[in-house]
Design a protein around this ligand. Structure first.
Ligand SMILES: [Zn+2]
Ligand SMILES: [Zn+2]
Length: 284
């Protein structure tokens, strides 16, 4: 079992009520565990280039767009599409169109990568008729092992002071979860590549507005749990879930905590807030 599979099994023990509605996440993690890169994907070491990109406020996604081949990710994407078709049968026909477009080369991995302000280039939606949030879900369910391998050499070279933007410094993806770490700072997590970076506490990563007056903290009555909350922005109405690790020392990795707290997503959703990478319970 991988670390993520272990953490997911642990989460389902803590929250057994979600076992049935969240089956797809266990399947995704199993597919990731079965996967091995068809060729070495790691970025060639080039600290000067990475630092230069970060100084200009550019993530390293261009490299992924230029080098990822369909064969690098198609096992992952295929498995994610099959799981999604099982979880949401109404998406079957659109997923079939995507599979056909992929096979004839009309859609390539770059179409799923983060672009400015969104996940994917829009080509997947065009070829398949899938909604943008479904495409974002698919990207999240399929790209991570490949992008994690690709950006692994760059992780340790990210200087905390070098990056202050609200997107992942590696793949350019939107933050998907926030951790308040031991020293009280806020660390954002990218599910698309497994990246993480420190971010200002009172700034919205999605629209950049600054100040406590723009933030809403939802700790809904029916889902109140020490250490967990929804941090939303009054200005752009985006939200992110957050766990305070000082109160929750046994919390799992950000991805697992995010996937395992769909009840918070439903509360945020009902109040009219949105997130760039939706939970499975928000699709369909
Ligand atoms: Zn990322
Ligand atoms: Zn905002």
């Amino acid at each position: 079992m991988t670390e993520l599979q272990d953490a997911w099994a642990d989460l389902l023990r803590r929250r057994p009520a979600f076992r049935d509605s969240l089956t797809i996440y266990g399947e995704i993690l199993d597919a990731w565990a079965r996967w091995s890169p068809p060729r070495p994907l790691a970025l060639p070491l080039d600290r000067a280039r990475w630092r230069g990109a970060w100084e200009r406020g550019e993530p390293l996604v261009e490299h992924a767009a230029a080098t990822l081949r369909p064969s690098d990710v198609e096992d992952l994407l295929g498995a994610a599409m099959e799981s999604l078709a099982r979880a949401q049968p109404t998406l079957g026909a659109s997923l079939q169109r995507l599979a056909e477009a992929w096979d004839r080369g009309a859609v390539a991995p770059a179409a799923l990568l983060p672009a400015r302000g969104r996940v994917g280039s829009g080509a997947v939606e065009q070829a398949s008729g899938l909604a943008a949030d479904v495409v974002a879900f698919l990207a999240g369910a399929s790209l991570r092992p490949a992008l994690e391998a690709m950006f692994a050499p760059a992780r340790e070279h990210l200087d905390e002071a070098a990056w202050s933007l609200g997107v992942c410094p590696f793949c350019g993806g939107p933050p998907a979860f926030a951790d308040v770490i031991e020293d009280g700072r806020r660390r954002l997590a990218c599910h698309l590549c497994g990246g993480a970076w420190l971010f200002a506490k009172l700034r919205c990563p999605f629209c950049g507005v600054e100040g406590a007056e723009h933030q809403v903290r939802l700790t809904p009555e029916e889902a109140r749990e020490e250490g967990y909350l929804v941090a939303a922005c009054r200005s752009c109405r985006a939200y992110m879930k957050e766990v305070d690790r000082r109160a929750r020392w046994n919390a799992g990795p950000a991805l697992i905590e995010d996937w395992g707290t769909p009840h918070f997503d439903l509360v945020a959703h009902r109040q009219g807030y949105w997130r760039p990478t939706p939970s499975i319970v928000q699709l369909g």
